[in-house]
Design a protein around this ligand. Structure first.
Ligand SMILES: C[S@@+](CC[C@H](N)C(=O)[O-])C[C@H]1O[C@@H](n2cnc3c(N)ncnc32)[C@H](O)[C@@H]1O
Length: 329
């Protein structure tokens, strides 16, 4: 059985083959399940929480996030780079990391504890789900990790109160599904970023949702993605769009609108795509992870060009891009 340092080194080092990393992720999960004492699945673990901000996924699904290899290793590497960058500029004080929505394992930061000391890294860990929070508390109760804990909070990050907003150097949150639908990523980012210092590092740095046509080419199951237009970006600047709107971008009161010019060559399905710039050199592009799968929204992509498309980010009946499309008259 490998120790945490050995597991982290394999996951963070890009030279290892995906099969080796997958096995290592399996070992990490076994380690985390045994330390937290949860089964990781079962009816009692399917304890989703629905708030006005959207869905906070239950313990089973949050634990399963770890299994998404590209997501997990790229986020760990991005967080590692951000911690290193901060330590380079401020070597004499610990990096203060706020992890909003940890799940039961704080997966995206936990393996990094083997690479730093509590004098270098302090974590504020926040989780809304009681069972996931209980697991997290047991994990961090171990003397090898308890020194890294600045605060462990069972709270809703869209309403969080912290005594030390100004101390936070890095805000990490992966509370999303592809196309920013259903979960809390947007409201968590919009609530927390304005309360933090201007130079806080947000991870992921930028999430872009765009409109594209997706066509299967050849018989080998290859897909051709034809970008049609950017729609919304989520970053430290909030929810924005590179396309103009009449007011607060992306809200129902000020939807965006564009005309998709006719293009005979564009065929396939009309989709929403998601691209994530995690931090530094770490990106997740089309289909690399469950977070960047395409969402089919209209079965005829080719038929969509030559039409008007209008959109905003809404919360009813659940968070996501609300759109409509119509012909020119
Ligand atoms: C997609 S899971 C990811 C878990 C973990 N960060 C990871 O990457 O493996 C999101 C987690 O955030 C929690 N969460 C979602 N919304 C939250 C909120 N508003 N406040 C605190 N926790 C939240 C969920 O309960 C869930 O455990």
């Amino acid at each position: 059985m490998k120790d945490l340092r050995q597991l982290a080194d394999i996951l963070l080092d890009a030279v290892h083959a995906p099969i080796v990393q997958m096995e290592t992720l399996g070992e990490l999960k076994a380690f985390l399940l045994s330390r937290t004492g949860i089964k990781g699945e079962g009816d009692d673990h399917r304890n989703d929480i629905q708030t006005e901000a959207g869905l906070a996924i239950g313990t089973e699904w949050a634990a399963r996030c770890l299994d998404d290899l590209s997501r997990s290793v790229k986020f760990m590497r991005g967080v590692d780079q951000a911690i290193k960058d901060r330590l380079r500029s401020e070597p004499n004080q610990p990096v203060e990391l706020l992890y909003a929505g940890t799940g039961p394992f704080a997966t995206l930061a936990f393996p990094l504890l083997s690479r730093y000391t509590p004098e270098q890294l302090q974590l504020t860990l926040v989780e809304i789900n009681e069972m996931s929070f209980g697991a997290l508390k047991r994990l961090f109760a171990h003397p090898a990790y308890s020194g890294f804990v600045r605060q462990l909070l069972h709270a809703d990050c869209t309403k969080l109160e912290l005594p030390n907003w100004d101390d936070i150097d890095i805000l990490l949150s992966e509370t999303m599904q592809y196309t920013l639908q259903r979960e809390h990523q947007v409201p968590i980012t919009q609530y927390l970023v304005p309360r933090l210092r201007d130079d806080v590092v947000l991870i992921p740095q930028e999430i872009k949702v765009a409109l594209a046509a997706l066509e299967m080419v050849g018989g080998g199951g290859d897909w051709l993605v034809t970008p049609l237009s950017p729609l919304l970006e989520l970053s430290k600047a909030g929810l924005t769009s590179s396309l103009t709107s009449t007011g607060a971008p992306g809200t129902e009161a000020a939807p965006h609108e564009l005309f998709l010019p006719p293009r005979a060559e564009v065929k396939g399905v009309l989709v929403l795509t998601t691209d994530i710039h995690i931090y530094g050199t770490e990106h997740l592009g089309y289909n690399e992870s469950g977070l960047t799968n395409a969402k089919s929204i209209h079965h005829a992509g080719g038929a969509a060009v030559g039409r008007h498309f209008k959109w905003y980010y809404g919360y009813t009946p659940e968070p996501g891009i609300v759109w409509e499309m119509w012909d020119s008259v």
